[in-house]
Design a protein around this ligand. Sequence first.
Ligand code: ZN
Length: 368
Amino acid sequence: MKAIVKTQPSKGAELKDMPIPEIADDEVLVKVKAVGVCGTDIHIYNWDQWSQNRIGEKKLPQILGHEMSGIVEKVGPSVKGVKVGDYVSAETHIYFPKDLNAMLEQKHIGEGMEILGVDRHGVFAEYVNIPERVLWHNDKSIPYELAAIQEPLGNACYAVLGEDCNIAGKSMVITGDGPISLMATAIARACGVTKIFLIGMSDRMMAIAKELGADYVLSVNQASPAERVKFVKDNTYGAGADIALEIVGNQQSVSDAFKCVRKGGRVSAFGISPQPRIEIDYDNDIVFKGVQIHGISGRKIFDTWYRVRNLLASGRLNVNSIITDMMMLQDFDKAFDKLTAPNRTSAKIVLFPDKQDLEQALKRRRDV
Ligand code: ZN
């Protein structure tokens, strides 16, 4: 089978012929229909410090990718709930069921998990073997390209809803204008957030955010930190936003989140910071403010899968505009170039192993 493989401990990846994977007793073989390119894949493609530490030379060659949709081709002898022909996606965190967190219904932060495309072969291939326990049945009405991005949509869904799902009729600040920030905007709108402020940088991405339901977009290049906070307060009866989602992971974005949230509000911490330390005014922005801080690592398994499927299938959540590019799997180099370009104009890129599937997806897009 064709696969995109990290072969060398340096920048890049290769299109290679790899054997179709064998399946274990509790696994299924999936014929991959569409895959999403994620920030994690960019780290691995660039072979940055994180990938060197996390994956290391010893594991190479390894197939990239973790976001996918596909059709079940074969099932192992102990698989009970999945059959050949089923339309599936997969939770990419293959949790260890006996870990304490997993047993306490916090599978997403369990110990001993394996991540697709990080700790084992990924999905940028014609076929992938996946344990039954992380498979998710897709609604047939959801096209391949959207089913493939349910995994990051789940992250965004978790960030938006928090643990208590107490968001209806409330206001929300979302930092960043990458795919997760855009997805969070669309989900917040679909789930009843009534005032959304997005703090971004790129004109194209902020325009998409407006289309997806952001009421206000603030550019970090045009409004100073103080002006951004003032704007949010002026539009929330002087109080600040009920909820702030930090989805960038730098000092400026973290400060925006803590300064823009109102007393008693919630800050969801999602962005991963390459800086070793970020400053927060502990007394004034957390203690005296009575703020709740919610760390987002992965997505609630399978609560967010269930909600995202329902949102997509119902048509309440339309995230087509976040998929800015669709191309063949073998054009992965072009996809990585677009996603790392200095003036990035791409949000989410979806790749297809099969030409016909790509053509149909492009046709669907034209017909919208
Ligand atoms: Zn991802």
